[in-house]
Design a protein around this ligand. Structure first.
Ligand SMILES: *[C@@H]1O[C@H](CO)[C@@H](O)[C@H](O)[C@H]1NC(C)=O
Length: 128
């Protein structure tokens, strides 16, 4: 293995670990946007989190969607996995401060997904 290859490998590892700590921002934004477009299920039953409770509420809301929804099972599963991992490993700083979802209010699917988007877009902006 030559030096160029070695530095490439090291750089890739670094990128991967940075992305992990970066809360998979672009992945979550991509999935959430796709769900927003395909949205269904009309209820005002999804938690709009208080500050510090974001990830636990996103997990709870996503699980609710999985139980009651819809045709986007695969995307929901991947979102669920991302949120659960971030919560378990305390990624994403303030988003994962609490294991218990505390909601300001309840919202419908669109409001819930918009909240996710807003949260991760703010992270993206602050890192740019
Ligand atoms: C969500 O993801 C977690 C972690 O991967 C998993 O244990 C759980 O069963 C998933 N929930 C659903 C409803 O699939």
């Amino acid at each position: 293995m030559n030096l160029v290859m070695l530095s490439y490998v090291l750089f890739s590892c670094l990128l991967l670990s940075v992305q992990a700590h970066n809360c998979q921002v672009s992945e979550i934004i991509r999935f959430t946007t796709r769900l927003l477009v395909s949205g269904s299920l009309s209820c005002s039953c999804l938690p709009i989190p208080e500050a510090g409770h974001e990830l636990s509420c996103f997990v709870e809301g996503t699980e609710h969607l999985m139980k009651n929804n819809m045709n986007s099972k695969e995307i929901l599963q991947r979102l669920n996995r991302s949120f659960q991992t971030q919560l378990d490993r305390k990624f994403c700083g303030h988003l994962s401060h609490s294991n218990q979802c505390q909601a300001k209010t309840k919202g419908n699917v669109k409001q819930f997904l918009t909240e996710i988007l807003k949260t991760y877009q703010a992270i993206k902006k602050s890192k740019a």
